[in-house]
Design a binder for this molecule. Structure first.
Ligand code: FRU
Length: 507
């Protein structure tokens, strides 16, 4: 195909997709189930965060996007910009499948990342084609000079799967610069086990295999989706979403990186998030050096039936991101995360709930704003709490609600949505280290269809979706025995972020 012809096809694909969004965005904007302050697409389906980057004074988020339906298919790259990571403006789609190397009818442009070089923003992503072997994957490059219009590199694809790697298990390149060289980590598989392959390049266009950065010996699954690799302090962190690792859906390893040999030596490992709805996160460095991580607030586990995609699809959309988190390491080299401080700009301080000390002997309601969109924090005073299990019901109505249980006797945290919304099911569980502690801090971000819990200084995080109707808005502490003592409770209603208008030009 000539370059001119392929440019024309791409322009047509973009025009069609952008036009489709423009005519469907108002239905989504009116959806009662719409998130109020979490990032969502303007219409259709979204999954992984892609290419998160600060470029020319603004944050850019790209994302896996099917503009046409509230289901996964036809992957495009959606695009939005922000000054503060809280208020977003949607831009025209950045990448639409148009080339032979991304022509899989359901595949398209899969996940990837972004990096700036000499004032130009490069996207490195996975193209999926179809030659009868499933979603055949290669790595491709596109760039922009104006931050809106993207050009696909004529030399694409820039990387094909090595011989021993199945072509449908070679995806999600994460690019970074280290000591004057560009590196790319790519999810792969060899002999049925997950691998992260490391490549290097002088110019982002020509890539050479360097080493197997890190691999599973079977214990960490058969494929690592969306690997991320970044420095934090004087350590390096590897994050991925493993396939075939049981309940683990997003794990991290902390250790050292030998950039000369291309090897990672992990020292600690853990769960980035224990919840049922946190997957494929990507991190980036903010201008003030914070490491910010954003995950897709969903998971593939509920999709195998390919029939029921959750209640929001009826309103023409499906999928949102979790609250962006600032991540850091604690003294034991474990990852800790907290919602970014910018979220506080949405707090309505005039109507905040503040309780210095609360003793719960059976049950106690604590109203915060409208009970739907808020940010709540408190401490459990472990010294004077005598109950074996402290429970908190969120988005509740009567006995129904999302049940958070802090099982003090068994040192376990559980979030159950079995009686939350009549549609969702499942319990997420994590150990909770209470040894030597006299108090336990809890921070909760609730929105129309999601709950995120950050406990113990952000060492334990659970993200979970809950599609309860808006009239389910009670917040209730309850105990069956003894007493629960809560200290320093502060709850802020969070204001809705104005609906992002579709401000782009269609031609
Ligand atoms: C992770 C993932 C990626 C892939 C993308 C496709 O959620 O499966 O591995 O690139 O989604 O949309």
């Amino acid at each position: 195909m000539s370059t001119l012809m392929s440019n024309q096809i791409e322009q047509q694909m973009l025009l069609r997709a952008n036009g489709f969004i423009a005519s469907h965005a108002s239905t989504v904007a009116e959806s009662k189930m719409r998130q109020r302050y979490h990032f969502m697409g303007p219409a259709g389906w979204i999954n992984d965060p892609n290419g998160l980057v600060f470029f020319r004074g603004q944050y850019h988020f790209f994302y896996q996007f099917n503009p046409y339906e509230p289901f996964w298919s036809h992957m495009h790259w959606g695009h939005a910009i922000s000054d503060d990571l809280v208020h977003w403006k949607h831009l025209p789609i950045a990448l639409a499948p148009s080339e032979e190397y991304e022509c899989h009818p359901r595949g398209g442009c899969f996940s990837g990342s972004a990096i700036e070089k000499d004032g130009r923003l490069y996207l490195i992503y996975t193209g999926t084609s179809n030659h009868g072997n499933g979603f055949e994957q290669t790595q491709c490059v596109a760039w922009t000079d104006d931050g809106i219009n993207f050009v696909k590199y004529e030399g694409n694809p820039v990387l094909s799967a090595p011989q021993e790697v199945p072509t449908d298990f070679f995806r999600d390149p994460k690019v970074f610069e280290h000591e004057g060289k560009y590196f790319l980590v790519c999810g792969a598989q060899k002999n049925g086990r997950a691998q992260a392959l490391l490549y290097t390049s002088p110019d982002l266009l020509h890539w050479e295999f360097m080493n197997v950065l890190f691999e599973s010996r079977g214990e960490w699954g058969f494929m690592w989706e969306c690997p991320d690799f970044f420095p934090l302090g004087d350590k390096w962190v590897f994050v991925c979403s493993p396939m075939g690792a049981g309940e683990r859906t997003c794990i991290y390893f902390v250790g050292d990186f030998d950039g000369r040999r291309g090897r990672f030596y992990p020292q600690t490992s853990g769960e980035v998030d224990w919840g049922l709805d946190f997957y494929a996160p990507q991190s980036f460095r903010a201008p003030d050096s914070r490491r910010i991580m954003v995950g897709w607030a969903n998971g593939w586990d509920w999709m195998p039936t390919w029939k029921d995609w959750g209640p929001t699809w009826r309103d023409g959309w499906c999928g949102a991101f979790g609250v962006p988190r600032e991540v850091a390491l604690d003294e034991k080299l474990h990852l800790v995360s907290q919602p970014i401080r910018e979220l506080a700009s949405l707090r309505d301080a005039d109507t905040k709930t503040e309780i210095d000390s609360l003793i719960v002997e059976s049950s106690c309601d604590v109203p915060v704003g409208d009970g739907i969109s808020y940010d709540l924090s408190f401490e459990i005073d472990l010294d004077s709490t005598t109950t074996r299990c402290a429970a908190l019901l969120l988005r509740a109505k009567g006995d129904l609600g999302l049940l958070v249980e802090c099982d003090i006797e068994n040192a376990e945290l559980r979030l159950s949505r079995d009686t939350a919304d009549g549609w969702s099911a499942g319990v997420s569980r994590s150990p909770l280290c209470l040894m030597g502690k006299s108090q336990l801090d809890v921070r909760i971000c609730v929105d129309v269809c999601s709950v995120e819990l950050f406990v113990d200084g952000g060492r334990v995080v659970h993200s979970i979706n809950d599609f309860a109707p808006l009239e389910n808005n009670e917040i209730r502490f309850q105990v069956d025995d003894g007493q629960l003592v809560i200290k320093n409770l502060v709850g802020y209603p969070l204001k809705a972020v104005t609906d992002p208008a579709l401000t782009f030009e269609l031609h």
